[in-house]
Ligand binder design. Structure first.
Ligand code: ATP
Length: 460
């Protein structure tokens, strides 16, 4: 069952993303290009935190996974062998009335009659296959012989480099190759903000194993990946593992799960975890004529490894992080009157800025100097934001709205002007509870690092 949609909530999120510099429409001043997005100062930090954490748990913390970074422009032979040139397409129909191009799954049917979802037009064309790959030419000659493609997924360069990486890593099965990078699909209808884009990033792992381990590793990776989403702060109740039924699964897959999330626009796929058997390596072995077999020292057998693929979208996960974090609650204003507060409750690990630093008064040189000392103290360990303008309550709100988990205020106690015992202490405010503790400046690096690490079970 699909989760209910919440249009108003989504509109607020899109507007916040633009207003605060998470995500902008690409080339907006020229009217924009549909399905393309630019990440602003905060969006790029959020995205980087996500990719770094994925890389850490999928590559650095394991001794059975290696990374790679493949080229985006792809030889047509690779995509012919993988089946993309022939079959990477969506069925499309046109509406002659409003000139819309539609994926067939978007058509609405009323009383058995198919209609355009935009204008209600009923004279839709027959469905035809539309290939989603972007084609380009490499070199000066723009003819058949120079065709190349922008990769539609990162996975194929992993399969093509399988043998090289196996040799240099000197690993036995099971082992995996991970990659994060751009992928391009000429989607018929980009929609739901960044959810369906034409240029996006993927985080993919190909985990190679003997045939008899395939189903076991499928279950293993499903669990690992669900845990990952929980560890970046996405609510477990909004995550769903859907077993893809036989009729929807690729013919070569023996089992696939979609990890779905309840976005405000409905329940949609975040990641696919698929047991792809030996299909990919076999196809590339056949097409290239090069052996992609593995030699098992113990059994003295040669065989093509099977593969389990957890394939996640960076942009979709960033969107899920923002949607999950968005909240409105009540907080007191300067005069103690309750007002609505917009807050992004990001997990501290994911938050673009970890700590806001505020001198109580911008005109007091000693307060400002002390605040800047704290900026220098914390900056080597975390992203901080110094803000001296406006009332302190407003400054807290500005940070709440972008999800900064901690705020430090430097006041007259810090300078020792009120109570000598409080000299060299500051208030440390927690974004979610809005509670403030008095802590010694010298303890800040340790306290903040441990609060960020504790909440996600790891080091910074
Ligand atoms: P969908 O059914 O939504 O088109 P898919 O099943 O074609 O997705 P895969 O080919 O399995 O997607 O790609 C793996 C992951 O890449 C997806 O789970 C998603 O997170 C991401 N992804 C795929 N297409 C897009 C897109 N157009 N925009 C953003 N992310 C995408």
């Amino acid at each position: 069952m699909s989760a209910p949609t919440d249009t108003q909530r989504m509109e607020k999120i899109v507007s916040l993303c633009k207003r605060r510099g998470f995500i902008f429409q690409s080339t907006e001043i020229y009217g924009g290009l549909n399905g393309l997005w630019d990440y602003g100062p905060l969006g790029v930090e959020l995205k980087r935190n996500l990719k770094n954490y994925w890389w850490r748990v999928m590559v650095h913390e394991r001794d059975d996974v290696f990374g790679m970074d493949g080229a985006i422009l792809t030889h047509p032979a690779v995509l012919k062998a993988s089946g993309h040139v022939e079959g990477f397409s969506d069925p499309m129909v046109d509406c002659p009335t409003c000139k819309a191009h539609l994926r067939t799954d978007q058509i609405v049917e009323k009383k058995g009659i198919k209609q355009c979802p935009n204008c209600g037009g009923k004279d839709l064309t027959e469905a035809r296959q539309f290939n989603l790959m972007f084609e380009t030419h490499v070199g000066a000659a723009a003819d058949e012989s120079s065709i190349a493609y922008l990769r539609p997924e990162t996975a194929q360069s992993i399969f093509v480099q399988f043998k090289n990486i196996l040799e240099v890593s000197r690993k036995k099965l099971p082992f995996g190759i991970a990659q994060i990078g751009k992928a391009f699909r000429n989607e018929i209808n980009p929609r739901n903000f960044t959810f369906r884009s034409r240029e996006f990033e993927q985080m993919e792992l190909e985990y190679f194993c003997p045939a008899q381990g395939g189903m076991k590793w499928l279950d293993y990776w499903l669990e690992e990946r669900l845990r990952f989403y929980e560890n970046i702060g996405i609510s477990r109740t909004k995550l769903h593992a859907r077993e893809v039924p036989d009729e929807e699964r690729a013919f070569y897959s023996k089992g696939t799960y979609d990890i779905e999330y309840d976005f405000p626009f409905g329940r949609q796929e975040l990641e696919g975890v698929a047991y792809r058997t030996d299909y990919d390596l076999l196809q590339h072995q056949k097409a290239s004529g090069k052996s992609l077999e593995y030699f098992d020292e113990e059994t003295k057998q040669r065989f093509i490894p099977h593969v389990v693929e957890p394939s996640a979208g960076v942009d979709r996960t960033v969107l899920a992080l923002i949607c999950d974090a968005y909240a409105e609650d009540q907080a007191p204003d300067e005069k103690g009157k309750m007002e609505t507060r917009v807050v992004l409750r990001f997990h501290p690990r994911m938050a673009p800025i970890k700590c806001g630093i505020f001198p109580l008064l911008k005109k007091n040189e000693r307060l400002v100097a002390k605040a800047k000392e704290i900026v220098d103290l914390l900056r080597p360990q975390m992203t901080v934001f110094y803000d001296q303008s406006g009332a302190i309550g407003r400054r807290y709100r500005r940070q709440d709205e972008i999800g900064t988990p901690f705020g430090i205020t430097i006041d007259f106690e810090t300078l020792g002007e009120k109570e000598p015992a409080l000299q060299e202490t500051v208030t440390l405010r927690d974004r979610d509870s809005m509670k403030q503790d008095r802590v010694a400046i010298k303890d800040l690096p340790d306290i903040l690092s441990s609060r960020i690490a504790r909440s996600c079970g790891g080091a910074l």
